[in-house]
Design a protein around this ligand. Structure first.
Ligand code: PMP
Length: 371
């Protein structure tokens, strides 16, 4: 498959070749049905089996108890920026939710939530995200309806490995795990809800996975939620109130079973460690040629933004030549987000250690030739 490029994009991201080949083999005739999966009715027994298998696998991967619903919804993670406040803002007497804003995506979520009610920013707005302010500086609301944060800021490259310990035990915690979902294990019972877009670590865009505590959904008193955003309706209809994104669910099912075959989240965690370690080592050993400014403790293992420096400042000319030379070496999608510029290396589960090593070798050679 020499025509395949190595894709370090932030999402939609590269999928394992094994999964793509399997999908290709089933493309014209899924499991003897004589149809492609996207041509099957979402009410067919063949599709029911796909979505049920996907749910079983994710329940197994994350040890999700029956007290949580697993939903396959549409509109990506962005739709959840609205659905979360619509369903949960009135959960407690404060009718206020606490948002920890640590970068572009949690900021977007907080701003969307502000359309629906009172949102408290736990830390002041920043224009340079480099880490997370110390917990003892946070301002939490008394009796907050929920506490919201993003475990991995895809653009800024900031990852929170641990759940903030300062949040009171009885405050429901809601987390956007879009970009580091399935790269490590976590205890779902510590969360009221987590959600993740599919196009990074488990497949095709449009689909968002929602894992949510059923008892909290039951407590919801808002009767004017747009129907596709209403968790109560989605749970009652097993994600099929309307036609789900069937093909994306099919790919998610393939990715969950691939993840299991790799050895589950323990293996994914080790892989993530190894890949990010070689990249950060290359940055840190570059004598300042490559620069990543995130506090060590919060450096993301999944999205690594960097600048290429010359005479103490970021050098866009060098960065653009880095990008074009990378393309010549068959490595694509390394451009940083327009909000921060520079280079961004995304290391989702579908990117192998070998491919990461190839990039690191390229980085060292590029430095040698340009400094
Ligand atoms: N949250 C995070 C952390 C993301 O990285 C993204 C997408 N890059 C989103 C939310 C939005 O996801 P979508 O585009 O699928 O709505």
């Amino acid at each position: 498959h020499s025509e395949r490029k190595v894709n370090f994009g932030p999402g939609p991201a590269q999928l394992p070749l094994e999964v793509l080949k399997n999908v290709q083999a089933e493309f014209l005739n899924y499991n003897g049905s004589g149809s492609n999966v996207m041509e099957l009715s979402h009410r067919s027994s063949a599709f029911a089996k796909i979505i049920q298998e996907a749910e079983q696998d994710i329940r197994e991967l994350l040890s999700i108890p029956e007290s949580y619903a697993v939903l396959f919804l549409q509109g990506g993670a962005t739709a959840q920026f609205s659905a979360v406040p619509l369903n949960f803002l009135n959960l407690k007497s404060s009718q206020t939710a606490d948002y920890l804003v640590t970068g572009y995506w949690s900021e977007k979520a907080a701003k969307e939530a502000e359309k629906f009610g009172k949102i408290n920013w736990v830390v002041p707005k920043s224009d340079k995200y480099r880490g997370v302010p110390a917990e003892n500086t946070w301002k939490l609301t008394e009796n907050s309806s929920y506490f919201y944060y993003c475990s991995n800021e895809t653009i800024h490259g900031i990852e929170l490995e641990d759940i903030p310990s300062i949040v009171p035990k009885d405050t429901p915690i809601i987390c956007d795990m879009s970009s580091n979902f399935l790269t490590r294990s976590f205890d779902i019972t510590k969360f009221a809800m987590v959600f993740a877009s599919a196009q990074k670590n488990f497949g095709a865009s449009g689909l968002v996975l929602v894992i949510v505590r059923k008892d909290l959904v039951e407590k919801n008193t808002n009767n004017s939620i747009p129907v596709t955003f209403d968790y109560k309706v989605q749970i009652a209809n097993a994600s099929m109130y309307n036609t789900p994104p069937t093909f994306s669910v099919y790919i998610a099912n393939k990715m969950f079973s691939w993840t299991k075959r790799q050895g589950g989240l323990k293996s994914m965690n080790q892989l993530s460690d190894k890949k990010s370690k070689v990249v950060y080592e290359t940055i840190d050993q570059s004598n300042g040629f490559y620069s990543n400014v995130i506090e060590n403790k919060y450096r993301s293992r999944v999205n690594i933004p960097l600048r290429i420096m010359k005479d103490g400042t970021a050098n866009e000319k060098l960065e653009s030549s880095f990008l074009s030379e990378a393309v010549k070496s068959n490595m694509i999608e390394l451009k940083g987000h327009r909000a921060v510029g520079g280079i961004r290396i995304s290391l989702y589960n579908g990117v192998s250690l070998q491919e990461t090593t190839k990039l690191v070798d390229f980085m060292r050679t590029f430095q040698k030739n340009n400094s």
